[in-house]
Design a protein around this ligand. Structure first.
Ligand SMILES: [Zn+2]
Length: 302
């Protein structure tokens, strides 16, 4: 059981680190006006041992997600839909203070099973960035460090229809979730424009928004997204989406397993936004090296 234990230890260390790092941020001035775009991956109560090492870190438990949504509802946050967010940006209007957009990457089935009912309770809209080629599949079919079967399912066609019926919007997260900076130009067109066309054809909705897998982008990738006709595109760069951000390179605030309730409140306040320094190229390389070294260990003995 070294695997789950190692994952749990990593989550505990990250939680402590985030709290420590959020404290100095509380004294920094708040940047405004902005919309804080929260991004989640998974919301479920599955046993840790059934989840792969990546899922363990990106899974928020339903009771925590419920607490987070109740916190937004009771503290005057205004949750925008993607369409409202895009209209605001298009008209150059200032967002009201405490505006939030809720997003989910990858399109896991648990978004519908566990997150959607909680969003519905509060009447909160959201956007799910779907990987077009993962629809109806298991993570073990398509990803390294995957989950046990049945614990890593992606939304099926019918489940996405059900989500759309609830008013949750969809965006594109490519066809196969590659790191886009290493994809050649024809492949880039297929992953970016092709995924949009595929989703629009399947579901009969307009797909106006894109999320970069792993937050991996450069000028070439960003231009390809703009040429494909997307209105907005979201990175994983830490921070709030300010009015000065490019529409095709919007910052977001990740919420994961290692976010305590205190850290969640710090993130809403922007106290951890200064960690944008970790998105610099050398630190990103260091973090990905640490993941490459630790993930096989976390998987190994599970
Ligand atoms: Zn992703």
């Amino acid at each position: 059981m070294l695997g789950p234990a190692l994952s749990t230890a990593r989550i505990v260390v990250k939680r402590l680190l985030k709290t420590a790092l959020g404290l100095p941020g509380m004294f920094l001035p708040r940047r405004e006006p902005c919309v804080r775009v929260l991004f989640y991956h998974r919301v479920n109560p599955y046993p840790v041992a059934k989840l792969g090492p990546v899922s363990r870190e990106i899974t928020v438990r339903p009771e925590e997600f419920a607490w987070q949504m109740a916190y937004l509802a009771s503290h005057g946050f205004r949750v925008l839909s993607l369409s409202e967010f895009e209209a605001l940006r298009a008209d150059n209007r200032q967002p009201s203070r405490n505006s939030i957009l809720i997003s989910f990457d990858d399109g896991y089935e648990d978004n519908l099973l566990y997150a959607a009912p909680i969003l519905k309770q509060h009447g909160f809209p959201a956007v799910v960035f779907v990987v077009a080629g993962f629809i109806g599949k298991e993570s073990s079919d398509v990803l390294p460090y995957a989950d046990e079967r049945q614990y890593g399912r992606f939304l099926s066609y019918q489940q996405i229809e059900a989500m759309l019926a609830q008013g949750i919007e969809i965006g594109s997260h490519t066809i196969s979730h590659p790191l886009l900076t290493s994809v050649d130009s024809p492949g880039l067109r297929e992953e970016i424009k092709g995924s949009r066309e595929k989703l629009e054809e399947m579901f009969g909705v307009k797909v106006t928004s894109f999320a970069y897998p792993g937050g991996d982008l450069d000028d070439r990738v960003e231009q390809s997204v703009a040429h494909a006709g997307y209105v907005t595109a979201f990175t994983t760069r830490t921070g709030a989406a300010t009015v000065t951000d490019r529409m095709t390179a919007l910052s977001r605030t990740e919420v994961s397993a290692s976010d305590s309730r205190l850290v969640f409140r710090m993130k809403l306040r922007g106290s951890l936004d200064w960690l944008v320094v970790k998105d610099s190229a050398p630190i990103r390389r260091l973090l990905s090296l640490s993941n490459r070294l630790l993930m096989p260990l976390a998987k190994g003995a599970s």
